[in-house]
Ligand binder design. Structure first.
Ligand SMILES: [Zn+2]
Length: 138
């Protein structure tokens, strides 16, 4: 995957969001910052580290996109549920884009992070989720 392809995927989902939720718009920027971040105000802003591989830009964006979706629906909500939604989003959108290999890689990374909270509780919540079970090879 090239950086341009990664950018195309990110812009596609930004477009889907903005068509669906014009009152709470989403912006995304790929910039030199650690991993991914998202900010909520009267809309959402996702920042993804542009120094990563294009594949990581995509999965990180999908993860933050899941956080943004969850927080938009729940007016913030709680950290563990937000994390579970973010993990699921990354797996689901990777699958949707025909990037199953990325979903397996993402699940492996999450399994390693699951030694710590909030990932530990988020993964526990996903224990019966078919997508998580598939990509985490459970
Ligand atoms: Zn997260």
């Amino acid at each position: 995957m090239t950086f341009e392809q990664a950018k195309t995927v990110v812009l596609k989902y930004v477009g889907i969001w903005n068509a669906a939720y014009p009152a709470t718009p989403l912006w995304a920027q790929v910039a030199p910052i650690p991993a991914g971040m998202h900010f909520r105000f009267n809309g959402f802003f996702i920042l993804v580290n542009g120094a990563m591989f294009p594949e990581s830009v995509v999965t990180t964006f999908f993860h933050e996109y899941g956080h943004a979706h969850y927080e938009r629906e729940h007016g913030g909500g709680n950290v563990v549920d937000s994390e579970a939604a973010a993990i699921r989003s990354s797996l689901q959108l990777s699958t949707q884009e025909g990037l199953e290999e990325l979903a397996f890689r993402e699940a492996d990374a999450i399994k390693q992070m699951a030694a710590n909270e909030p990932y530990r509780s988020a993964v526990a919540k996903l224990n019966d989720d078919p997508l998580w079970r598939k990509y985490a090879r459970l």
